[in-house]
Write a protein that binds this ligand. Structure first.
Ligand code: RB5
Length: 145
């Protein structure tokens, strides 16, 4: 498994915390930036990690901005991306089970590192349930046309 990481300045510090966690766990990742708290634009920062997920070079992306919202909106503009902005563990797990989400977004000004890491654990451990949820995800895909 390989994870794409991306953030703007508002999510930079939380991205670094999650990156440390992934390193400690030996989980492969590619960090597409940004690489400091210098101001940048979240739509730009979502692009490369989403492209990595769409191409299959990464399995999932973890994206961060101040709220998690802007970068999730940006991510969801990319065909094939199902990004969920979460701030609780239940949703982080449920979005894998039900929505087959391939991107988890979090807000560096919303959640602390402990909760963020727990959400990442839930997200990465859960598998899509398929069945009736597949029909619904197919309808999401149809909306992209
Ligand atoms: C940047 O200040 C902030 O607007 C951005 O990180 C994010 O919260 C947008 O949704």
């Amino acid at each position: 498994m390989k994870i794409a990481l991306g953030c703007d300045h508002g999510g930079y510090l939380l991205k670094e915390e999650v990156k440390n966690y992934l390193s400690q766990k030996g989980i492969l990742f590619e960090d597409f930036g940004c690489h400091s708290t210098e101001s940048c634009d979240y739509p730009d920062m979502a692009e490369a990690p989403c492209a990595a997920v769409i191409s299959g070079s990464c399995d999932f992306a973890l994206l961060f901005c101040g709220t998690g919202i802007g970068i999730s909106i940006a991510a969801n503009k990319h065909k094939g991306i199902r990004a969920a902005c979460c701030s609780d563990c239940f949703s982080a797990r449920a979005t894998r089970l039900h929505n087959n989400a391939n991107v988890l977004c979090m807000g560096g000004r919303v959640v602390g590192p402990g909760l963020a890491i727990q959400m990442v654990e839930e997200f990465l451990a859960a598998d899509f349930e398929g069945g009736r949820h597949q029909r619904r995800v197919d309808k999401l895909t149809a909306l992209e046309q």
